[in-house]
Write a protein that binds this ligand. Sequence first.
Ligand code: ADP
Ligand code: MG
Length: 389
Amino acid sequence: MTDPHREVAGRAAAGFQTVYGEPPAGRWAAPGRVNLIGEHTDYNDGFVLPFALPLRTVSAAAPQPGDRWTVWSELTGETVAFGADEVATPGRVTGWAAYVAGVVWALREAGHAVPGARLAIASDVPLGAGLSSSAALEAAVLTALVDLGGLDLPTEHQPRLAQRAENHYVGAPTGIMDQSAAIRCRAGHALFLDCRTERVEHIPFDLDPAGLVVLVIDSRAPHRHVDGEYPARRASCEKAAALLGVPALRDVPAADLDDALARLPDDDVRRRVRHVVTENQRVLDTVALLRSGQARQIGPLLTASHASMRDDFAITVPEVDTAVDAALAAGALGARMTGGGFGGCVLALVQADQADRVATAVMAAYAERRFTAPGLTTATPSPGATRLP
Ligand code: ADP
Ligand code: MG
């Protein structure tokens, strides 16, 4: 089999050679991710279950003297250079290079002696499709700098640092899931993450032996003006937790849901709470099934998660509902939107021998509704950030 990462790794190394006139000292790869189940549970201190994709971002890197960092990305063809002064002040380095400066900033803030470095970035992770190209970029840069500098930063502490880069330097308010997935996932496993404690557990999710594939369908839904929706959902959840007298909705067990709902005054808030509480339970149920080797059986949980996002959390759009319905009608074992909502990707758990049939059905349903054709790929649970040989 050809190694699908060779190409992107080769492009990063060749880019390094062209831009800097010498070969890199090494190459580090970090994956995009999809979330198998557990949506809008992260900021409610709950559970998520992402796995890493075979799509990766690769940084080719070598040390350079002094506190200087230079980075080139194949994506833009730009080379951006910055020093300690620019790094010290969030906002000084802007655009895509802010993710790189942010990682240097977060490492220095945490007291690490970050080596000066030259970097060249190439990536197969599509940007802004909900597959977390930003965390892949952060992780590919972070692991390169940690290795080049011999920094004492255990893997379990790296996601928090990459998240700080994105929250504080770039200024994007994200949870801990994306960076945890990019750094800590393992091949053939999903990453069960408790967003309150940041405890992780690797849950077997090896599709091949089970005769299964996960189809990832990029809904290509046009951007709708939904910027206020995410903060609105968060605010509803926080309001509900306060009304119920708990630190977060994570603290409402599924068994107490009816009691909790009876104590809430507003139907919208009740529906938001029902989504979060049942979704946390679905993550736990999915983990239990996967632990006992019953990957096929998780299908109904995925589909129930979609219904909950559609009916209770109200974050789906016609394109993703169409993809889910068409996949299920064509024999998918389960299907759901993945990611924050209002577009992004759908994943479908499918018997391997049905994958073509399901893909064709989704394409046909899209064509019938005159939606922009969806993107289709299969996702094999892949490793987190690694140094390439
Ligand atoms: P997502 O993480 O869902 O793909 P984000 O908006 O969080 O979307 O992050 C996308 C941003 O990350 C891009 O706009 C760009 O600034 C940066 N980025 C990601 N990958 C690369 C890359 N290979 N080269 C340059 N910038 C990148
Ligand atoms: Mg992102």
